[in-house]
Every structure is written in structure tokens, then in C-alpha cells.
Design a protein around this ligand. Structure first.
Ligand code: CTP
Ligand code: MG
Length: 217
């Protein structure tokens, strides 16, 4: 049964800034999105990789691509529909191009967890104290009950496709696990990895670059 990786790379990267959207900025001379594509293409359990990009950026990515939408949710939907139109898949890993480093063990854990669930996501505990925000901060929120959700997120393909189709237009979702849950399915967690943290703000890429250089010494 085949497993497809779907990389979403159609965002504008407004918070990170720069001359080109963050997913096309270079980490060790290679664009972020290409790091992710290679990681999936090199995994023995993954048969194909599809990248969702803005129509104007289609020439900037290697391999198969499809046009993205106005929001991340719409970009994922476009990718899922493209996979469905070409025969579907058994499983799909949905991933942010803004997370360039994908440990093989994470993919292994996610696919193993999918044996007993329709969805699996990597999560990490929250390290900082959490409060309600504001000029004067508000109450502390008990972080021991919370988790940070990363990508890749692994799904039974038919279930996540149906969940996306059932999602109300006009409402947004920042990841796909919440879309699967809304459709009534359980999503299980596996232990995430700090290497999967997202490039979001100016400076995140420089930190990733420093980490990459340190790992090569
Ligand atoms: N994404 C997408 N299509 C969109 C919006 C986001 O494919 N319309 C992708 C981004 O390219 C990124 C991932 O979703 O790989 C996670 O989104 P985020 O980190 O928010 O990226 P951007 O939306 O590009 O950044 P920002 O919100 O700062 O503008
Ligand atoms: Mg965004």
C-alpha cells in the first residue's frame, strides 16, 4: 500500500521576511523546501512526494507540484485532491516546508502509530511558563496539560480527504490533525523532535544554519 508525502510550500512567509518566502531561502546552500523533499524521497516507506506551491513558484521546486491556495488549509486540500485525482494513496504524510530537518525515526514512529489510528502527530512538551497575554499579563495556564504539535502529520488517506471535504468553508485550521478530529476520528501522538521546529521568525533560519554547521564539524 502506498504512502505519499505532501509538502505545503505555498505560503508568503510574512513573519520571517526576506527577499523570497522562507521556504525558498537557503539552508546549507539548499532551499528549505528541497531539504524536506529529499528527506521524504529518501525514506524507504515513501513512494512519492508532491509539493504544493504558489503558481508563480512552480519552477522553483524539484519533482511533482500542484498549485496552492490562500490559506494553509486550502493548500493541503488542493494537494489531497490532486492525489485523489491520480488514484489516491493508502497513507499521506502532510508536512510544512518551513520544517527542513526531518529525522527518519519520526517518520518511522508516525507510520507505526498509523497501524492503530487514522491520524498520528509528533508533539513536544511546552518548556516556557504560559500566561494569558496582554500589556499586563494574565493568569498562568497549566502547561503540564498542553503540547506543541509539529509536522509531518501522518494520516489514513481516505479519512483525511473526507475530513477536509467535510470541513466548513470559511473556518480556518492551522494543522490537519484538528481537521481529522472534527470528522470524529482519534489522532494519536508520538514523541516529536526539536529538529522539527518551524522556521517562523527572522533569525530562525540563522539558528538552523548554525546547528547544521555544528553537526558537520
Ligand atoms: N502554507 C501554504 N499555503 C498557504 C499558507 C501557508 O502552503 N496559503 C504553508 C507554508 O508555506 C508553510 C506552512 O504552510 O510551509 C506553515 O505555514 P506558516 O509557517 O504560517 O508559513 P507562512 O504562512 O508562509 O508564513 P506567515 O504566516 O509568517 O506568512
Ligand atoms: Mg501562515
Amino acid at each position: 500500500s502506498d504512502t505519499v508525502a505532501l509538502i505545503v510550500a505555498a505560503g508568503k512567509g510574512e513573519r520571517a521576511g526576506g527577499d523570497v518566502p522562507k521556504q525558498f531561502q537557503l539552508l546549507g546552500r539548499v532551499p528549505l523546501v528541497e531539504h524536506a523533499r529529499r528527506a521524504f524521497a529518501g525514506h524507504p516507506a515513501i513512494q512519492s512526494v508532491l509539493t504544493v506551491v504558489a503558481p508563480s513558484q512552480e519552477a522553483s521546486v524539484m519533482g511533482a507540484s500542484v498549485a496552492g491556495g490562500e490559506t494553509r488549509r486550502e493548500s493541503v486540500r488542493n494537494g489531497l485532491e490532486a492525489i485523489a485525482a491520480t488514484g489516491g494513496a493508502a497513507r499521506v504524510l502532510i508536512h510544512d516546508a518551513a520544517r527542513p530537518t526531518i529525522p527518519k525515526a519520526i517518520v518511522d514512529r508516525l507510520l507505526e502509530a498509523l497501524d492503530n489510528a487514522r491520524g498520528a502527530v509528533p508533539v513536544l512538551p511546552v518548556a516556557d511558563t504560559l500566561v494569558r497575554g496582554g500589556v499586563r499579563i494574565g493568569d498562568v495556564i497549566d502547561r503540564s496539560t498542553l503540547a506543541r504539535v509539529q509536522t509531518p502529520q501522518a494520516f489514513d488517506f481516505a479519512a483525511i480527504l473526507a475530513a477536509h471535504r467535510a470541513w466548513p468553508e470559511g473556518e480556518e485550521a492551522t494543522d490537519d490533525a484538528q481537521i481529522l478530529r472534527r470528522a470524529g476520528y482519534d489522532v494519536v501522538s508520538v514523541v516529536g523532535d526539536p529538529l522539527l521546529d518551524k522556521i517562523t521568525y527572522p533569525g530562525d533560519l540563522a539558528l538552523a544554519e548554525a546547528r547544521l554547521e555544528a553537526s558537520m564539524r
